[in-house]
Design a protein. Structure first.
Length: 454
């Protein structure tokens, strides 16, 4: 048993002091006892750790390589995508495992206890399948075995190059699977998790309404009926126009009308919604997966967080392209985008909670829900997904309660995070992952070889 004692901790029922937390060998919290005498590992501030609900790990290696303006007079998401496709043609299985390991390490150091990996590279350059169809899913799992992160693996079904069902282009050929292939791949991916801790699980991810047909979406949803189901939705104006031209409705409108969207679903981005779509989505019980840093980097647009949360909607946070992995900055960017659009302050705060707390607690709860993970709060029966803040951090001096989270999100950054546990596994100590040197060494070697090939 692991025993932690926190001077102050954010529990499921609010802030408490002198909190003793007992974590059993299964990684589950067995007891939470406020007003206890100090015992075990002493912690200044203890918080539930969130899930990073949307990641394409391999894109981390392209960070900083796509910021030059290309020959197109107006650089957009679509010109960025062309550069990303050219980059991924050079990635080997060893590269993907090393890059993913580094990404997962950085996520843990940023305060995330788990990740939902939206994994869509399946085949060799040129599109030839590996002998093991799930080879690259196995590499994601192998990285998680080393880093210790909680993993929800989401193999992606990707069929077409657009809504008109055109064949996959050169940059997409590594993604494509027939339904028969995908069933085998999903089985192989599920098997790859057998050697990981019991808190890891499988889900499924039809890529988008552009990349799968209506029958494919229904097929994907049927494959793992009790597991998370994630899909990109309404990220770009051109995407909305293409879907409307071929399916006769905007993406969110079509999906909500044609599928029983519920708590199992996680809809990524949703930066191009109309007010009625926002209301319907909030009422569905689904989670919207927001990736504010990536959405800013790619010029996706601004999610209508004010009206969505006002209608009772759920959201979580992901790092998507992994151009920058920073929990506090994701939350800050989300709130500041609302302020800039509406010219106000404390836009996502509530009458009961400060803005920092409202953002943090909602992201923690939504991420756990989207990943199908038994976490989301410090309470008995939940997984021991926890993070500790350094009580000596300058911006936390004299802060208690909600001011702690306001200072973390708006005045500080992830350097305040000193310890992280994933299902009770103590993986970050003193701000550094316990296997940092080995993981970083492999990443540096991989990047040196990769840059020589590009």
């Amino acid at each position: 048993m692991t025993v932690l004692w926190a001077r102050q901790a954010l529990l499921a029922d609010g802030w408490r002091t002198g909190v003793r937390v007992e974590i059993g060998t299964s990684g589950t919290i067995d007891a939470v006892v406020p007003d206890s005498p100090p015992e075990g590992q002493r912690i200044a501030i203890l918080l539930p750790a969130p899930v990073n609900l949307h990641s394409h790990a391999f894109q981390r290696a392209a960070a900083g390589m796509t910021e030059r303006r290309g020959p197109d007079p107006r650089d957009t998401f679509w010109t960025w995508r062309k550069l990303m496709y050219r980059f991924l043609d050079h990635l080997t299985p060893d590269d993907i495992e090393a890059i993913t390991g580094c990404v997962q390490m950085e996520m843990l150091e940023a305060g995330y206890a788990a990740v939902a990996e939206f994994h869509y590279i399946h085949h060799q350059p040129g599109g030839t399948p590996y002998a093991n169809l799930a080879e690259l899913s196995c590499r994601i799992a192998a990285a998680a075995a080393e880093t210790g992160i909680g993993l929800t693996l989401l193999p992606v079904l990707y069929r077409y190059g657009g809504c008109d069902r055109r064949p996959l282009g050169a940059g997409q050929i590594r993604f494509g699977c027939s339904p028969e292939q995908f069933v085998k791949l999903l089985d192989g991916a599920r098997s790859s998790l057998a050697e990981l801790p019991a808190d890891c699980r499988i889900g499924v991810a039809p890529h988008s309404l552009r990349a799968v047909g209506p029958e494919d979406l229904a097929f994907a949803a049927s494959l793992a009926p009790d597991s998370p189901l994630h899909i990109h939705l309404a990220e770009q104006v051109a995407e909305v126009e293409e879907v409307r031209a071929y399916l006769g409705a905007r993406p969110a409108e079509w999906l909500l009308t044609n599928h029983a969207v519920d708590e199992r679903w996680c809809l990524i981005h949703c930066t191009q919604l109309l007010p009625d779509e926002t209301q319907r989505l909030a009422a569905s019980g689904a989670v919207v997966g927001l990736c504010p840093i990536t959405e800013s980097n790619l010029g996706d647009g601004i999610f209508d967080g004010v009206n969505y949360l006002g209608a009772g909607g759920h959201f979580g946070i992901g790092s998507d392209s992994n151009v920058r992995i920073a929990l506090s900055e994701e939350l800050r960017t989300l709130e500041y985008s609302q302020r800039l659009r509406d010219r106000g302050r404390a836009m996502l705060g509530t009458a009961e909670y400060s803005t920092g707390r409202a953002l943090f607690e909602r992201a923690v709860g939504g991420g756990a829900k989207a990943a199908g993970r038994r976490s989301g709060a410090i309470r008995p029966g939940a997984l021991g997904d926890l993070l500790a803040l350094d009580g000596e951090a300058l911006d936390l001096a004299g802060k208690t309660g909600d001011e702690v989270l306001d200072s973390f999100v708006f005045a500080g950054d992830d350097r305040m995070i000193c310890d992280v546990w994933s299902a009770g596994r103590h993986l970050v100590k003193g701000g550094r992952h316990i296997r940092r040197e080995d993981i970083v060494g492999r990443y540096r070697t991989t990047m040196t070889k990769l840059r020589a090939r590009i």
